[in-house]
Write a protein that binds this ligand. Structure first.
Ligand SMILES: C/C=C/C(=O)SCCNC(=O)CCNC(=O)[C@H](O)C(C)(C)COP(=O)(O)OP(=O)(O)OC[C@H]1O[C@@H](n2cnc3c(N)ncnc32)[C@H](O)[C@@H]1OP(=O)(O)O
Length: 661
């Protein structure tokens, strides 16, 4: 066990050895994640056969990851870190953190925690992977509730990025912080749930998604298919509420609501009574065994009152924030990573207008008198103080009001002292797909930043899988064709930005993502990156300049091959065809990018600006016109201080210092 001078100063660096209790779906998934991150881990279950099944599932999963090149090490190396055990005392001996993942029954969990209290090392973190039970009550089975914390992985842990870190009533801050840091150390994204509320964050907000939909269908306000179609095609959710209910099991949500003493929508009640519980029983809201299964279509449900469902989710978020359970950022991260929402619910609330959301809830409350529509105090407070959302400049978040770039939900940026504007597309859970929000953020950043402070711009994608996998296809249903008939602003703004731009590409660079990279001046990629215009497979064409920029760059035959066939090409081929400047091995990538950027940042700003302009504009002109533009720019640059400095430095055999004057 790691040395700990003072157990209250628990730190992630103290954690070396992990025990996972339970080898079912969650238990073996968590074991795999922890071992992949380099920790020694013991997985324990009550019988040798059961724990062996879990181990074999890990072997299978690691092989699959290996086949698709998703492992940094061999499956054997990772498996070597995993041992299996049946005896609980042996399993937890020496473990710095114990993660319990036994079935969701309070009595069973309390038994396990009672035993952990006896056997686990003094000061070890005792974490429960419960998705719905009270951490405070689980902790009450021990004499050390300050060491007990919730650590809710989502299913399947290997694929899902989110982990909720939940405080019980007595959880020590150091325990919670070390757990949070440990989640990051195993390459997952943690969010704090600072109070032990029913449903934690994700299930609290997600609750009304299925429930309000069921109330609406119970009252014949719309059909199941209409509501699902409206939420998916109209509002961009990855699944309809009924489709999701059938997948997770209608009884699951039903029991959670029953235990919380909530009123149950009649449709949900009748499905549970008839034991039509979803996919697992062959019938739920849809019929699977004897029917066509999920059967909604685009265009259905255009009149469905989707605000009713979204207003209730926004209200849940407001309750969590007002009660200091979670921040808007944590909630939004949770909903995107844990529930696949196209954007955070707080961002969505701000866009809908919190006054609109409040008015909807008040109308419903007046009509039905039901507690579920009662507006959260915090929501009322925001609206009364004029913080009604994005349009007002502040809601759950503060927005940029035009006095310079601000913080963005889907994009991170930093301007270094030497003038590098470092931009990160930040939607790793969606392969950094370009949502309207993200494209607006890029435009806002480039248009509001003071160009004088910038010497070069670099774009990269967050996470380790993609630069960007294209425009966000889930938002296509919202686009009005008439509005899309003009070139998309973001590609123009990047193309015309008066400083050199570079795309740093590590992973998928597809569709609109590829077009963003092509709108940059230069492109450096890892050899493992993949490029392509898959739009044709969606019945579309590259709509962000791809047909035109690729054509001019690589000629008709190759551009048409890319666009017509929609196939992915390797970085090697992209380099060979002249689509990118360099394809380099991963271990040379950062250095190569740094070399490019050093040259751009220390180069003469005015000369770079004019070189970029005449090359961009000249590409569309005949040679004479292009040469004319070039000569004019050359003459103009001769009058600059930078040109004098450059020539003087050459003669004096020193490095020039360009100032842009
Ligand atoms: C004007 C411009 C037009 C366009 O750009 S149209 C879009 C063109 N792009 C595409 O068609 C690419 C779509 N994406 C893919 O084909 C695949 O992804 C990849 C090959 C890039 C990776 O495949 P895999 O490794 O199996 O990952 P995964 O489970 O498909 O993706 C992880 C999550 O990312 C979401 N996602 C990926 N690309 C997009 C996208 N373009 N728009 C919206 N979401 C996207 C997925 O759905 C999924 O999400 P979940 O985990 O919730 O299932």
């Amino acid at each position: 066990m790691g040395e700990r001078a003072d157990r209250l100063r628990m730190d992630v660096d103290d954690i070396e050895t992990v025990a996972v209790i339970g080898s079912g779906n969650m238990g073996h998934g968590i074991t795999e994640v922890v071992a992949m991150a380099g920790y020694d881990v013991t997985m324990r279950d009550i019988e040798a056969d059961i724990v062996q099944d879990g181990y074999e599932s890990i072997e299978w999963s690691l092989d699959k990851l290996d086949e698709s090149d998703r492992l940094d090490e061999s499956p054997e190396t990772i498996l070597d870190r995993i041992s299996t055990e049946v005896d609980l005392e042996t399993a937890v001996a020496g473990a710095d953190i114990v993660i319990e993942a036994v079935p969701e029954q309070m009595d069973l969990k309390k038994d396990v925690f009672g035993d952990l209290d006896d056997y686990a090392e003094d000061g070890a973190i005792l974490a429960s992977n419960t998705s719905s039970l009270s951490i405070t009550e689980i902790a009450s089975a021990t004499d050390r509730p300050e060491d007990v914390v919730g650590m809710h992985f989502f299913n399947p842990p290997v694929k899902m990025d989110l982990v909720e870190v939940i405080y019980g009533a007595e959880t020590d801050d150091d325990t919670a912080q070390a757990t949070y840091d440990f989640v990051e150390a195993v390459d997952k994204t943690p969010i704090f749930v600072r109070k032990d509320v029913n449903g934690f964050v994700v299930n609290s907000v997600l609750g009304p998604f299925g429930e309000e939909a069921a109330w609406m269908a119970s009252e014949d306000l719309a059909t199941i298919e209409e509501i699902d179609a409206a939420m998916v095609y109209g509002r961009g959710y990855p699944m309809g509420p009924f489709e999701l209910g059938d997948l997770t099991g209608i009884d699951v949500g039903y029991h959670v609501r029953k235990e919380a003493g909530k009123e149950i929508p009649p449709l949900m009640e009748s499905k549970v009574e008839a034991e039509e519980l979803g996919r697992k029983t062959g019938e739920g809201y849809y019929r699977y065994d004897d029917g066509e299964g999920v059967s909604y279509e685009q265009g259905q449900g255009e009149d469905v009152d989707t605000l009713r469902i979204e207003a209730r989710m926004v209200n849940e978020a407001a309750k969590l924030i007002g009660n200091d359970v979670a921040t808007p950022d944590a909630i939004d991260t949770g909903m995107k990573l844990g529930a696949g929402f196209p954007e955070g619910i707080c961002v969505r609330g701000d866009k809908l207008g919190l006054d609109t959301v409040l008015a909807k809830l008040e109308d419903l409350h007046e009509e039905y008198g039901a507690e579920r529509y009662e507006p959260a105090d915090y929501l009322v407070e925001l609206v009364e103080s004029g913080k009604t959302g994005k349009e007002a400049g502040e809601g759950f978040y503060e927005y940029n009001t035009g006095s310079g770039p601000g913080d963005y939900n889907t994009l991170n940026w930093e301007l270094t002292d030497d003038g590098l504007l470092d931009v990160e597309l930040d939607r790793p859970e969606r392969m950094n797909a370009l949502s309207n929000d993200l494209m607006d953020a890029v435009v806002d950043l480039l248009e509001s930043i003071d160009t004088e402070d910038v010497r070069a711009v670099s774009f990269e994608g967050a996470g380790d899988r993609a630069f960007s996998a294209g425009a966000d296809v889930t938002g296509f249903a919202d686009i009005e064709p008439a509005k899309r008939a003009e070139p998309t602003e973001v590609f123009q703004v990047v193309d015309e930005f008066p400083r050199p731009t570079i795309a740093k590409i590590d992973g998928y660079c597809l569709g609109g993502g590829f077009e963003l990279a092509l709108a940059c001046d230069l492109r450096v990629a890892t050899e493992d990156s993949t490029f392509g215009f898959p739009e044709i497979n969606l019945g579309l064409l590259p709509g962000g300049g791809g047909t035109q920029r690729a054509l001019r760059m690589i000629g008709e035959a190759r551009a048409k091959e890319l666009v017509f066939r929609g196939e992915h090409i390797s970085a090697e081929r992209a380099e060979d065809w002249g689509l990118i400047n360099r394809a380099v091995p991963s271990d040379e990538y950062e250095d190569t990018c740094a070399d490019f950027l050093d040259d751009l940042v220390s180069g003469p700003p005015l000369a770079l600006q004019h070189a970029k302009r005449v090359m961009n504009e000249g590409a569309d002109e005949d040679l004479d016109a292009g040469l004319q533009m070039e000569s004019q720019a050359f003459a103009l640059l001769l009058t600059t201080q930078d040109a004098r400095e450059g020539t003087a430095a050459f003669q004096e055999d020193r490095e020039p210092e360009f100032t842009g004057e």
